[in-house]
Write a protein that binds this ligand. Structure first.
Ligand code: UN1
Length: 503
């Protein structure tokens, strides 16, 4: 542990605020625990409202300069950030595992997502295209251009403590925005470690303050951030409740939002599916990150012909899952992030029992230090209210369907709409799942699971997932303001729609 922290410059006590520079903030000390042991790793001094105000001042000042830097030059700085992340990939991934509890290969995957989005953003910095339109008026040219928006507020969750920040920050940076990041209070050290990696790069390139950090309480710093009139865009990842709070704060000032909220993702497996493939995808989807991804597979919708066979396979596979230290290469599943996570899971399982669900395996806390639980399979009915809730834990509900239409119906029954998948070798069924009457989610896959999306696509979901899209495709447009320009190079002043006025 010591070596990991040393390589990242993490001290016993760290400053949780950085604007133009790191500074000692005035909030309470926050001790970050290792969820695999329950022991402290190190601590962070949190920011209070005044410290937050300083960071946002610095970001606002930095924006004035940053928006004038040509986008490809901004991209060059993001390229340097990507390289710095490459150099620190190993220790940073290890710190993600240590502080958040995901297994090492997933920690490495998280840092790889950061590197990938930096590469994506570098290319994007030369492709922030607007369209040119043909004007209906003679001697006129019409086109659109994209300008930087301002200071972006980024609120990230514990489960992807740094990757989700990078989806926002790499894109926002090439778009010419500055930003303020409020990380989860469960994972302050990874945030400080990232800030320590990027800060020297910003400094070297004369753009300090473009990427600010405030570690602090949601009720203090989080509230200040979402209500700040200087922030035209809040990008928030977290629960559906958080989304409502952000929406209520942003609506009165017409601020934009990118909301990445809860998921309740299903895999539909039809009778003709390749069950080997499906089983592997279900295991990664349901157990990966100990069920704490927003893309985690929470519902398995099995066509009746293979339901028993697939259930038996899963029961056998769940017995083989190696639970333990996330930094041990043999571990498949690490701990939940904190004690609250265990309580939430147990409360969910109480509801399962009360509502007539049957726990087929797992369901208990593991008797060892840290916050470990058993991966759990539950035989359930789609109508049970608990099945419509997102319990952030490794609980997989086993449901049955008659055919593809029924599978789609059950897939779409929940309030959330993030990710979905179907396993089938039938082209007609696959296309039906992807069609307008198919899955209602932001992500729909065929013969791959619900989690583990690539950064090149737009990531996000519909309904109570919040509607936001981050990362690839044209998500960048949300971080810029569009301007439609019409330029008259004639000596006349014709009006649009042929209107005559005072001629
Ligand atoms: C999240 O859980 O908040 O698709 C993001 C995935 C990851 C990102 C998950 N690339 O599972």
């Amino acid at each position: 542990m010591k070596a990991i922290l040393e390589q990242l410059g993490i001290d016993k006590v760290n400053f949780g605020a950085c604007g133009d520079d790191f500074f000692k903030p005035n909030g309470a000390e926050l001790v970050s625990l290792n969820p695999a042991t329950g022991e402290p790793i190190a601590s962070v001094i949190q920011a209070n409202r005044a410290d937050y105000a300083k960071v946002v001042d610095d970001a606002a000042r930095a924006f004035e300069k940053w928006r004038d830097v040509p986008a490809p030059k901004r991209g060059e700085i993001v390229r340097q950030i990507g390289d710095a992340l490459r150099a620190k990939k190993e220790p940073l991934a290890a710190l993600v595992s240590l502080e958040m509890g995901k297994v090492k290969s997933e920690g490495l995957g998280e840092v790889q997502e950061m590197i990938d989005i930096c590469d994506f953003a570098v290319g994007l910095s030369r492709q922030l295209y607007g369209l040119a339109m043909h004007s209906e008026r003679p001697g006129h040219r019409m086109y659109e251009q994209w300008h930087p928006l301002g200071v972006v507020g980024i609120i990230s969750a514990f489960n992807f403590p740094i990757a989700v920040w990078s989806w926002n920050s790499a894109i926002a940076a090439v778009c010419g925005d500055s930003m303020v990041w409020k990380p989860s209070s469960d994972t302050p050290l990874t945030a400080v470690a990232v800030q320590k990696i990027i800060h020297p790069i910003l400094e070297k390139n004369g753009c300090k303050g473009v990427m600010g950090l405030v570690v602090g309480k949601g009720s203090e710093v989080g509230d200040a951030l979402i209500n700040d009139p200087r922030i035209p865009l809040i990008s928030a990842t977290g629960s559906c409740d958080l989304g409502v709070k952000v929406a209520q704060a942003c609506a009165p000032r017409y601020a934009r939002m990118i909301l990445e909220l809860g998921g309740n993702n299903a895999i539909v497996v039809l009778d003709d599916a390749d069950l080997d493939l499906a089983t592997r995808a279900i295991l990664f989807g349901a157990i990966g990150t100990a069920g704490q991804r927003c893309t985690t597979t929470r519902r398995l919708i099995m066509q009746k012909g293979i339901a028993q066979k697939l259930t038996d396979r899963l029961l056998a596979a769940y017995k083989q899952i190696r639970i333990g230290d996330p930094l041990d290469a043999n571990t498949n599943m690490g701990p939940l992030v904190n004690k609250g996570g265990i309580e939430e899971m147990m409360a969910g399982l109480e509801k399962v029992k009360a509502q007539g669900g049957e726990i087929l395996c797992g369901g208990k806390r593991v008797d060892r230090p840290g916050f470990f639980v058993e991966p759990t399979l539950v035989k359930a009915k789609p109508e049970m209210p608990i099945v419509s809730e997102e319990t952030f834990a490794p609980i997989l509900y086993l449901l049955e369907c008659d055919n593809v239409e029924d599978g789609i119906r059950i897939n779409n029954m929940v309030p959330q709409g993030l990710s979905s998948a179907i396993f089938t070798r039938n082209l007609l069924a696959a296309e039906a799942f992807l069609s307008a009457r198919g899955s209602d989610c932001g992500i729909a896959n065929v013969n791959i699971g619900t989690s583990g999306a690539e950064i090149g696509g737009a990531f996000g979901g519909e309904k109570s997932t919040g509607g936001g899209r981050e990362a690839g495709s044209d998500s960048w447009k949300q971080y810029m303001r569009r301007q439609t320009c019409t330029l008259n190079y004639s000596k006349e002043l014709p009006l649009a729609q042929g209107i005559k006025f005072g001629d």
